[in-house]
Design a protein around this ligand. Structure first.
Ligand SMILES: [Zn+2]
Length: 383
């Protein structure tokens, strides 16, 4: 029990399930020449015993995050998701639409305009409300959902897309936890929170993005049968199987954090001993907690390349590792490139053929969890 009150239901009954200690703001990249130390804040996840919402505890004022380049994987997924919702008859031409966007970008409004949907009046009711990774950024989850529900027309549909807690647990994705991301939704918890606002899931779609992303459609009528209902029930059943509301299960993310950091460090030390050149790729927020937790400095990882020109010349928060241009992947001829964004694997292999052209390998950082150094540096399985 802490003095934390649930961001959705206000209950004070719950469990601290993941404690990553003090962490820098993962989206504030200091200049490479800035000696630090960077400000750090506690980073903890709490699971509400009443409504089941997994959430961020501390609420520090962190610097606004820059909007990075939109990865092709995200753009492709948006088109896929909009297509599926349209096929289900949820996106009719002439309907009004509003969007609660994510500060990371990824708006669906362009795709919906192409399908003939019309922007709703600011603050007014809407037939379709899109929330694509938006609501997780709201500190007050109860108020955020109530606002969306209030704007939905009687026959309208709320489309909520989220990186599912189910996938976070299954994938050991403990570094999904970050400042300014206040909620980590299971379909189970979200279904309960929707019900308190008079809304009920009517269909769900699962995507591989981020290791497991769900698009949930909800409206004021609860369908009792049909394919939509079955798709929601399947996700709810899988949540039960995984144990998304069980504090012991969600607390496994703490063990995953230790294994992830230890494995990464052991692998980088082994590469260093064998004089292999390793660079990182993807100066992403999710890399920050991993590098920081593992205590990685530039002696083990000399640079992280990133396609966003705005990040070049900066350094990874909480470390002395500089962010460099992808041109360095060709210039430094690394033996291995540690990929912090597994979703980008196909994209970066195609964009930077020089890595494999020089005999180098792409290594998913997530795959090194628990690595203990029994083979030739973890490279064979990725060759
Ligand atoms: Zn709660």
């Amino acid at each position: 029990m802490t003095d934390h009150a649930c961001r959705a239901c206000r209950s004070r009954s719950g469990h601290l399930v993941l404690d990553l200690g003090e962490q820098p703001a993962c989206d504030y990249f200091p200049a490479a020449g800035d000696p630090g130390p960077d400000p750090e804040y506690p980073l903890e996840m709490w699971l509400c015993a009443r409504c089941g919402l997994a959430q961020l505890v501390a609420d520090p004022t962190v610097p606004a995050e820059p909007r990075g380049a939109e990865p092709a994987a995200l753009v492709a997924q948006a088109a896929d998701a909009v297509g599926r919702a349209a096929d289900a008859g949820l996106l009719r031409a002439g309907s009004t639409v509003t969007e609660y966007g994510s500060p990371h970008g990824g708006s669906w409004l362009g795709l919906l305009a192409e399908r003939g949907l019309i922007p709703a009046a600011p603050g007014g009711p809407a037939d379709v409300i899109i929330d694509c990774f938006g609501m997780m950024h709201a500190a007050d989850q109860g108020a955020a959902l109530a606002e969306r529900a209030a704007r939905l027309s009687d026959t309208g549909v709320l489309l909520l897309q989220y990186h599912s807690l189910n996938a976070i647990i299954r994938g050991g994705q403990w570094n999904a936890l970050r400042h300014a991301h206040y909620a980590y939704y299971s379909t189970t918890a979200l279904t309960g929170l929707l019900a308190t606002n008079g809304l009920h899931p009517s269909a769900a779609w699962h995507f591989d993005l981020y290791g497991g992303t769900v698009l949930l459609a909800a409206g004021r009528q609860a369908p009792r049968t049909g394919a939509g209902r079955e798709s929601v029930d399947a996700l709810l059943a899988d949540d039960v199987k995984v144990g998304v509301t069980d504090p012991d299960v969600v607390g496994g993310l703490g063990r995953d954090a230790i294994a992830g950091a230890d494995g990464l460090r052991a692998w980088l030390v082994a590469q260093h001993k064998q004089r292999r050149v390793v660079l990182g790729y993807g100066a992403a927020s999710r890399a920050v907690a991993l590098l920081r937790r593992a205590g990685i400095e530039k002696s083990l990882l000399p640079a992280v390349a990133d396609a966003s020109p705005a990040k070049v010349g900066l350094r990874m928060p909480g470390t002395d590792i500089p962010v460099v241009s992808p041109a360095e992947l060709g210039a430094r001829k690394p033996d291995a490139v540690l990929l912090f964004l597994a979703d980008l694997r196909a994209e970066v292999r195609a964009a930077y053929p020089e890595v494999e052209g020089h005999g180098g390998h792409w290594v998913d950082a997530d795959s090194l969890s628990g690595w203990q150094g029994s083979d030739s540096g973890g490279l064979k399985q990725h060759a």
